[in-house]
Design a protein around this ligand. Structure first.
Ligand code: UDP
Ligand code: MG
Length: 340
């Protein structure tokens, strides 16, 4: 087998602090692998700017001008990590035999990429990077993440434990992924569903090289909720179970209250009455909320909105050469906004 063409896809959201170093290190690694004849010299790095507000795009654009192996993709607005990753994978897939996704902060050990490619050459379509330990995470992140994996397992979702979005996918795996039409794409859950031959590579995760996490608690909760409701109807079944149990309990209590009434102690019912009103009210609200979650999902899916909108794609579309001497000042202004 000749050396595979590899595309490394990096989603970036406000990563100006770490990005220059990331580009440098990935370039160095790419150079080494090309020299070792592990990968083809056509291999490239694709940086996806997920609607950043800082100089992220400027850095990507400049690097792409100086180095032919650096490519850029700019989303029109922030579409979120998963969507930015997808945008990159879909834009890069026609240029590569296999695609590797990695975060911009270099928390994931780059040396695992060599093993990824090795596995690909051995015939695996999907190679998942799995963290050996979680000791560089904060106590909070570690426990919430582990709780999440456990919860997903309980709900019957097949996840690779401690695997985030550091993975290699063959071109045909990405093409298969493209067939999943849902808008709420939870990659970690869908990749195992593809069913291709897959392997695991263990690595150590470090601390963020620079900059702050782009996953605050709010995004983490939204992500976890998305994961559960995209894959599992167990919460709805759980509601039905609670409903059934409370029905049985109320039957028993009903019989008991009837007995009290018959024995002449009717004044004593207040406490149980008020408690059950609160209890049932609470349960009904929880149930409604959960059902609402699924209804909301159906609502989103039926609209079939695009997951992301590409602004500039330096790999597949050459930069528009619109700026002519006759262009109006308004056009020139717009053009200036596009070009850093
Ligand atoms: N990211 C993105 N869009 C977002 C949030 C994050 O593209 O809306 C990128 C971010 O630039 C990074 C990766 O997703 O490359 C993972 O984010 P981060 O490292 O902040 O997450 P953490 O490692 O803290 O879970
Ligand atoms: Mg990170």
């Amino acid at each position: 087998m000749s050396e595979p063409v590899v595309a490394i896809v990096v989603p970036c959201y406000n990563e100006e602090e770490v990005l220059p170093e990331t580009i440098r290190r990935l370039q160095a690694l790419r150079g080494e692998l090309v020299e070792e004849k592990m990968i083809s010299p056509k291999s490239a790095l694709l940086f996806v700017d997920d609607g950043s507000h800082d100089d992220t795009w400027k850095i990507i654009y400049k690097a792409s001008l100086c180095h032919p192996e650096v490519k850029g993709l700019k989303l029109a607005r922030n579409a979120g990590h998963q969507n930015a990753l997808l945008a990159g994978l879909f834009a890069a897939k026609t240029h590569a035999d296999c695609l590797i996704s990695i975060d911009a902060d270099l928390q994931d050990d780059l040396s695992a990429i060599r093993e990824f490619v090795q596995k690909f050459r051995e015939g695996y379509d999907i190679v998942c990077g799995v963290r050996r330990r979680r000791d560089t995470d904060t106590w909070f992140k570690r426990h919430t993440a582990q709780g999440f994996y456990r919860l997903m397992k309980m709900f019957g979702v097949d996840l690779v434990y401690n695997h985030a979005d550091y993975r290699l996918m063959s071109r045909r795996a990405v093409e298969a992924l493209e067939q999943f039409g849902e808008v709420n794409l939870f990659l970690r859950g869908i990749v195992p569903l593809l069913g291709f031959r897959s392997a695991v590579v263990y690595y150590d995760r470090k601390e963020r090289l620079a900059g702050k996490t782009k996953y605050p608690l709010k995004k983490m909760i939204a992500f976890a909720l998305d994961g559960v409701t995209s894959f599992s109807v167990t919460p709805i079944r759980f509601i039905s179970l609670i409903g059934f149990l409370s029905f049985v309990v109320s039957l028993i209590f009903g019989a008991y209250f009837l007995f009290l009434k018959w024995a002449g102690h009717t004044e004593t019912g207040w406490t149980s009455l008020i408690t059950s009103i609160w209890l049932l009210g609470g349960m009904q609200l929880i149930a409604l909320g959960l059902i609402g979650e699924y209804v909301g999902k159906i609502y989103k899916e039926t609209k079939r909105r695009p997951r992301y909108i590409v602004d500039l794609d330096l790999w597949n579309w050459p930069l528009p050469q619109r700026l002519s001497p006759s262009a109006s000042s308004e056009e020139a202004e717009a053009e200036k906004r596009l070009r850093p």
